[in-house]
Structure formats: structure tokens, C-alpha cells
Design a protein. Sequence first.
Length: 386
Amino acid sequence: MVRKIAILGSTGSIGRNALKVIDALGGDYKVTVLTAHNNVELLAEQVRKFKPQIAVVTNPEKVNAFKSLLGDCETEILVGNKALSLAVSSEDVDIVIAAIVGAAGLEAILAAAKAGKILAIANKEPLVIAGSLLTKIAKQTGAKIIPVDSEHSAVFQAMQAGDAKEVNRIILTASGGPFRGATAEQIKNATIEQALAHPTWNMGKKITIDSATMMNKALEIIEAKWLFDVPVEKIEVLVHPESIVHSMVEFVDGSVIAQMSAPDMCLPIQYALTFPKRVKGITKHLRLEEIGKLTFEKPDMKVFKALKIGYEVAKTGGTAAAVFNAANEAAVKEFLEGNIKFVNIVEIIEYCLNKHKVKTNATLEDLISADNWARIEVKECLNKVM
Ligand code: NAD
Ligand code: MG
């Protein structure tokens, strides 16, 4: 049976890799929905090649350019963020690859869960903001959530070796990013270029900055908490600069199951599509003798304060994670536009969290309003300083 796939954010780093994987998987997998925000040149190219039923341009300002680039075509064109929810709920979709960056993907992910689709989630921010709600909806509708984030895919794969009740610890690995081993003083004024120079992964700009602050790992702790329904006390982080062990699960008997592969997102994307089967893919196979040595170290939470804050936010719950995430998204944007220093990113997040009055048992409206509040706070706090 042909599996019909929607890729939300098909022009991004994950989206482009997903298309490579689907192309290589062949006729059993068909792309039916593609979406992009700004890069309509690439979206038009993708639509010409994959001939989906629907293409969504989420930025309304770009739709005319898209239409003229595309010319005569049978693909239906939809516009705006709301159209994502409509597109993923279509009967022509079995699997949704969520690869939008940031909270912008939240509504569509919830819609896909409500429609009972298989959700292959790379877009971690919606899980961080609304993991409680999302997992509840998925339980009700039978929507299956399969992680694509490499660490969570590794944990998901390792979990197949035992029962969820037998899990003792989840050990998330982290590359350590470009500033591993640095002092707070050394990275305080890091440039955009230095922060974007990731040693092992080639990714979109936002997640690359998140790796430099280790905010990415902080978000991933919260992501793991929801995906695997484990208390945060059972989630540990180990820095592993080779990025070969993508994460590990320790079971009650002391066995540790690790998933290893070359650092290539095509593998977790493919596993999410073919699960529970494994098929030959395009990821280069490992030669451990060429790597020689794998190393692990404790992260330095004094230098990478985001990680420490992440643990606290994960324990607090409610609207805290929505503020944590939104303040980060807004601060990273300001950093990438050259408006703040590297050190300010985490300072701003802390400032917002300290000011926020956490609401427990948060509804979707509470979470969205906490997200909006944090973004306004970031702007206001910048106006005060500048
Ligand atoms: P990217 O910046 O390369 O691509 C983002 C995609 O989202 C693009 O297709 C863009 O058109 C779309 N987009 C951007 N803003 C949008 C908006 N406002 N509304 C709708 N669509 C919008 O990002 P990426 O590196 O591919 O990351 C995507 C997600 O996957 C992120 O949540 C990231 O944390 C996660 N992730 C990425 C990697 C990786 O290797 N790149 C690994 C693990 C997890
Ligand atoms: Mg990851």
C-alpha cells in the first residue's frame, strides 16, 4: 500500500533530507503535501518534481511569486498558516513529517494529531510547548508519534529492546556544539559566524544557535519527557563530541542500549517512515575502526546555563516551557540580526522566566498567550537596554 506523506517545511534542512529519503525509498511512498514559508523558488522546484496534491505557502506575501514561478500545474495552492491544518487533515495524508522551525508548527501538529495521522516529528518546539496536550490528543485519536530528532529517534529505537516500565534512565547525548570546553568569558561575545560553526551537524540556523547555547539539549530534555512519559529526574545528558552514539536507554537490569550511526538525519527520518520495518537506506554505514574512540563527559552547567534552566522548566511544567521556548526563539532571532550579544540569549530567557507567573493545568489558549507574552517581553527588555 502506498503511504501518502505531508512534509511541513519541505524547504528546510530536515524537509530537504526527507525528500531525499522518500526519493530513494521509491514507489511505496508518495509526497502529497509540501509547504514553505519564504523559499518559494525551491518549493516550486520540489512541486515540479514530486507533484503533490497540495502546496502551502505560509507567508501570504510570497504566494504571487510562487504562482508565477510554478506556472501551469495541477497542484492545489493554499496560503497561510491555517491552511497547514487543513492540508495535514486531508484524506490524502497518512504520515506528517513535521519539519517547520519553532512554535509556528504547533497548530498543524495538533491538527494532524486530531486527525489521527502518523506524526514524524522533527519540529521539537511544539512538543516542548504543548507536549501534555499533544500526547493526550494522540492517545484519544490513536495518532502515532514517532520522533525524528536524532536523540529521540535513538531512544525510541533503544526502547524496542524492553518494556517502558523497565526503563531506568534515558541518556541523551549532546555534541557539545562549537563552544565545548570553553569558559563563559570566552563565549560571552561569540560572533554569529562562530556560533553557526557546528562541528558535526549541518542544520538550520535556529537549531544551530540552540546547539551553541545548549538550549537545544534543554529543549530536548522536555521533548523526551513528553515523548517517553518519564520523569525529568530519569533523563540525563552526556556530552559526546563524536556524535556517533545518538542516545541511550538504561534498563533496570543495568543493560544500556545505545543507537549508533553516522551523524546523518536521513536515518532517523527514514526510520520514522518505515517503522517498524528497517530497509536499506542512503546513510553511510559506520566503520568504528575508522573512528577509533568514542568519548563521553558531563556537561558544564555553569557555562551552559540553559541546560540547568531547562531541567527546572521541565520540573515546573504548566506555561513555563512555552515561555522558555518563545523567549529563546525571539532572542535567537535578535542575535542572528546582530542586535544582541551571544551571552544575552540565555540572560533574556532567564529574565522572562523570572517575571512569568506560571499557570499549571494550562489550556492551549494559556500556552499560546504565554508564548505571545514572552515575545513581547523580549522586545520590551531590548528597548530598555538599547
Ligand atoms: P530550517 O530553518 O532549515 O527549515 C525550516 C522550515 O520551516 C522551512 O521549510 C521554512 O519554510 C519553514 N518555516 C519557517 N518559518 C515558518 C513559519 N513561520 N511558518 C511556516 N513555516 C515556516 O530548519 P531545520 O533545521 O530543518 O529544523 C526544522 C525543525 O527540526 C526544528 O524544529 C529543529 O529543531 C528540528 N530539528 C532539526 C534538525 C536538523 O538536522 N536540521 C535535527 C533535529 C531536529
Ligand atoms: Mg537533536
